[in-house]
Design a protein around this ligand. Structure first.
Ligand code: HEC
Ligand code: HEC
Length: 192
C-alpha cells in the first residue's frame, strides 16, 4: 500500500514537470509575439500599417519592395536616409526636398513611434545601442525565418535574398505578413 502511494506521487510529479517544460517552451516562442499586460493577460497589438506616402512608395520601390516603416526603429531610418549615396552598394540618392519628405514619413511611422505587433517584437530583439540597417538582420526577423533553408532563398533564383519580402509574402504591400499567407516561389505554400 505504501509502495503504491509512492509511485502515484512520482507519476504525478513527472506529469507536472513535463507540462511545465512544454509551457516554458511555448512561452519562449510566443515571447516575440505577445505583450503581457499589467494583469498578465496577453495583449494583441495591431499589425503593421501599409505604406501610405506616395513619394516613399515611388522612390524606394525602384529596386525593391517599399518596406513598412514600422519594421525599423526611427534611428535606423535616419541612418539609412543619410547614407543613400552608399546604399548596399547602390547609389539611391534623392533631391533634397524628396529626401526630407521621405525621411519625415519614415521617422513618423517607425516602430518606436507607432506601436504595432511586429514592431514591438523587432525593437525588443535589437540592442539599445545598435542601429540595424536591415529588417532582415534583426533578431526577431532571424528568429521568425530560422526554419527556412537557404536553397529556398539565396539558392532560389525567384527569391535571391530575404530582402525580397514580397516574393514570399504576396500581400506584404497591403501590410499583411501573416505566416499562413506565405508562399515561396518554386516551393509553394509554407506549412509550419
Ligand atoms: C538603386 C536601387 C535602390 C534604391 C532606389 C533603394 N534601394 Fe534600398 N536596397 C537596395 C539594395 C541592393 C538592397 C540590398 C538588397 C539585398 O541584400 O538583397 C537594399 C536594401 C534596403 C533595406 C534593407 C532590407 C532588408 O534586408 O531588411 C532597406 C531598409 C532599404 N533598402 C531602404 C530603402 C529606402 C528607404 C529607399 C528609398 C530612399 C531605398 N531603399 C531605395 C537598393 C536600392
Ligand atoms: C523566402 C521567403 C520569405 C521571404 C523572402 C521573407 N519571408 Fe517573412 N516569413 C516567411 C515564412 C515561411 C514565415 C513563417 C515562418 C514560420 O512560421 O515558421 C515568415 C514569417 C514572417 C513574419 C511573422 C509573421 C507572423 O504572423 O508571425 C514577419 C513579420 C515576416 N515574415 C516579415 C518579413 C519581411 C519584413 C520580409 C522582408 C524584409 C520577409 N518576411 C521576407 C517567408 C519569407
Amino acid at each position: 500500500m505504501k509502495q503504491k502511494h509512492y509511485w502515484g506521487i512520482l507519476l504525478l510529479s513527472g506529469c507536472v514537470t513535463l507540462s511545465m517544460a512544454t509551457l516554458a517552451w511555448t512561452d519562449e516562442d510566443e515571447r516575440w509575439e505577445h505583450e503581457r499586460g499589467e494583469h498578465g493577460f496577453i495583449q494583441q497589438t495591431a499589425g503593421v500599417s501599409p505604406v501610405s506616402n506616395p513619394a516613399y512608395k515611388t522612390e524606394c520601390s525602384a529596386c525593391h519592395f517599399a518596406y513598412p516603416a514600422g519594421f525599423l526603429p526611427e534611428r535606423s531610418w535616419v541612418k539609412i536616409m543619410n547614407n543613400l549615396d552608399d546604399h548596399f552598394g547602390e547609389n539611391a540618392e534623392l533631391n533634397a526636398q524628396t529626401k526630407v519628405e521621405i525621411e519625415n514619413y519614415l521617422r513618423g511611422h517607425a516602430a518606436d513611434r507607432i506601436p504595432n505587433r511586429f514592431g514591438r517584437s523587432i525593437l525588443r530583439s535589437v540592442d539599445a545601442g545598435a542601429t540595424p540597417l536591415r529588417i532582415s538582420e534583426t533578431g526577431y526577423f532571424q528568429h521568425k525565418h530560422r526554419e527556412i533553408p537557404s536553397r529556398m532563398v539565396a539558392g532560389n533564383p525567384k527569391v535571391g535574398s530575404f530582402s525580397n519580402c514580397l516574393s514570399c509574402h504576396s500581400m506584404a504591400d497591403r501590410g499583411s505578413f501573416d505566416e499562413h499567407g506565405v508562399s515561396i516561389p518554386g516551393f509553394g505554400r509554407w506549412e509550419d
